[in-house]
Design a protein around this ligand. Structure first.
Ligand SMILES: [Zn+2]
Length: 303
């Protein structure tokens, strides 16, 4: 860490031989990033950059109260996008005023939106998802034991169950956020009954958990970390889950794939992650992209 970190945008990769869909991105957060090397191109610019390398469609995720209505508007304005809505597990304790100090020991950071009750915030998710056809998933929802203490976790568990119920009632896919909480996420899904299309966003489990997902018919979406040398467990999971239950995502602006770890991320960088997925699955890049595109449309429906 002695050198100054390079925070510039990585160069565009070689275009993919077949279109693929980014299962989970936050274009609204990317557009807040500006670096000295690359000015802010706006959301249209990030979509165009992705399309030009074969990432022709994306699921935009709005997962705090302030992002819900803008996600509806954004996905209505850009035909490449579908939307997912939820109150993120790290947001739910803030609405409920049950947040514990973070892993850094700092007190929770409240914003104006957290004066809305958790029940009202989740009701807004349900209302917007019911009213707009381009919202096809509830997410990201789940459990985050990294950022939460015992009070927050109790709130997260109930909020996760509320989101599961909404997904089932509206017959939408579910996108799960699971950080250090694999066993409890699975326990709640099995106890309440998982929605028919349940997707682990940024899958972080091992091969044994992938076996459970395979048995349940759940989907695993792989992000940049699958390209990191140390993450052998993630690559083993790729060989366990059936190839028609694999998806790919950026979770941009986070989790930039190798060799650009630490630099900003956007959907145009998916080709790096796709190369790893294809190699681990023993598929050509073209075959892997075609399969993932088909799976993603099966999960969210045509658009
Ligand atoms: Zn995310």
């Amino acid at each position: 860490m002695a050198k100054t970190r390079d925070r510039s945008w990585p160069p565009p990769p070689t275009p993919l031989p077949h279109p693929v869909i980014d299962n989970h991105t936050h274009l609204q957060s990317i557009s807040h990033i500006t670096t000295s090397e690359a000015p802010d191109h706006g959301i249209r610019g990030y979509i165009d950059a992705a399309v030009s390398v074969g990432v022709t469609r994306m699921i935009e995720v709005g997962c705090d109260l302030d992002a819900l209505a803008p996600t509806v508007a954004l996905t209505a304005a850009h035909p490449e996008l579908l939307g997912a809505l939820a109150i993120h597990p790290n947001e739910t304790p803030l609405h409920a005023h049950t947040a514990d100090p973070g892993p850094d020991g700092l007190d929770p950071h409240y914003s104006d939106r957290h004066s809305t009750s958790l029940a009202d915030a989740i009701a807004t998710v349900a209302d917007l998802a019911a009213a707009h056809d381009q919202i096809r998933a509830i997410g990201e929802t789940g459990l985050d034991y990294f950022r939460s203490g015992p009070h927050g976790i109790a709130t997260q568990r109930q909020a996760f169950r509320d989101h599961i119920a909404i997904a089932k009632e509206l017959n939408l896919a579910l996108q799960i956020h699971d950080r250090d909480a694999h066993e409890d996420v699975i326990e709640i899904l099995l106890a309440d009954g998982a929605p028919q299309r349940t997707v682990f966003h940024c899958y972080s489990g091992d091969a044994a958990m992938a076996q459970v997902a395979a048995e349940q018919g759940w989907y695993l979406s792989f992000a940049g970390p699958v390209t990191f040398t140390a993450n052998t467990g993630l690559r083993e999971a790729l060989r366990v889950i059936p190839t028609d239950h694999i998806m790919v995502e950026t979770d941009a602006p986070y989790l930039t794939p190798h060799p650009y770890r630490g630099r900003p991320n956007a959907p145009y960088l998916i080709p790096h992650t796709m190369a790893t997925i294809a190699a681990e699955c023993g598929l050509t890049l073209e075959q892997a992209c075609a399969r993932i595109e088909r799976t993603t449309v099966e999960v969210y429906g045509r658009w």
